[in-house]
Design a protein around this ligand. Structure first.
Ligand SMILES: Cc1cc2nc3c(=O)[nH]c(=O)nc-3n(C[C@H](O)[C@H](O)[C@H](O)COP(=O)(O)OP(=O)(O)OC[C@H]3O[C@@H](n4cnc5c(N)ncnc54)[C@H](O)[C@@H]3O)c2cc1C
Length: 212
């Protein structure tokens, strides 16, 4: 095989590109990664900039919740596998829990509390083992401006205290939710990809390609 021939050429070294390179290298492929910017730069020209990313199982769609449950297992396996490359020595996936609260009838681009709770209920009703169940806590009615709640979460745009609007406020807590440490995981993927012999070009934009 000539040196400029690859099994896989990945255009864009964001977190998805780097993860693809990781899996391809693990399966013995010859990999090239091409990135238009400087790999590892903390500038926010890309989606994979180094702030944390929310990781949650609360979705309106059952397939998304199931997908996250499966991918969480994969995150843990990858974290274990990339330990020697994890220079920052931080966990990739933290499980501090994910709490949603607000008007249960409101739908946003993130979803809807009532629908997400229904999805968890559906998964649990078809679960055959304890492991297949999704742990969660649904509070149908938040206490009207409960002082503990207000102190803990300092929410914005809450209804005036003692109005009936509180009647539709609910909360859905899921203990395994949390965040992805983009910086630690991205740097570990990058270390792996460079160490395992991928050809990596950065500051090199792909301007054209041809299929054969
Ligand atoms: C503000 C914000 C908040 C988010 N919050 C969450 C969250 O809470 N939870 C969650 O799961 N997801 C979240 N996401 C989504 C998640 O961050 C992205 O889906 C993910 O980072 C995408 O990674 P990527 O590798 O596909 O793309 P990118 O990180 O965008 O990487 C694409 C790369 O391709 C390079 N490139 C582009 N064109 C070329 C070219 N012609 N030649 C070579 N290289 C090129 C770019 O420079 C870039 O580095 C959020 C995204 C944003 C922007």
């Amino acid at each position: 095989m000539q040196t400029n021939q690859f099994d896989l050429i990945i255009i864009g070294a964001g977190c998805v590109g780097m993860a693809a390179a990781y899996y391809a290298l693990k399966s013995g492929k010859k990999v090239c990664v091409v990135e238009s910017q400087t790999i590892g730069s903390t500038e926010r020209y890309w989606s994979s900039s180094f702030s944390a990313r929310q990781n949650r199982v609360q979705y309106n769609e059952e397939y998304l919740t199931r997908y996250v449950l499966e991918s969480n297992k994969e995150w843990k396996a990858v974290e274990e596998d990339l330990q020697p490359f994890n220079d920052l020595k931080r966990k990739f996936l933290s499980e501090e829990g994910a709490l949603w609260f607000g008007d249960k009838n409101t739908s946003t681009s993130e979803g809807n509390i009532k629908a997400a709770n229904a999805v968890i209920g559906m998964i649990n009703s078809s679960a055959r083992t304890k492991e297949e169940r999704v742990e969660s806590l649904y509070m149908e009615k938040l206490m009207q401006g409960s002082p503990e709640f207000m102190r803990a979460f300092k929410p914005n745009d809450v209804p005036n205290s003692a109005t009936s609007e509180w009647d539709t406020w609910s909360a859905l807590y899921q203990p395994n939710g949390g965040s992805v440490d983009m910086e630690a995981s991205y740097l570990a993927f990058t270390n792996f990809v460079k160490t395992k012999g991928a050809t990596v070009y950065d500051n090199s934009a792909v301007v054209d390609y041809k299929t054969t």
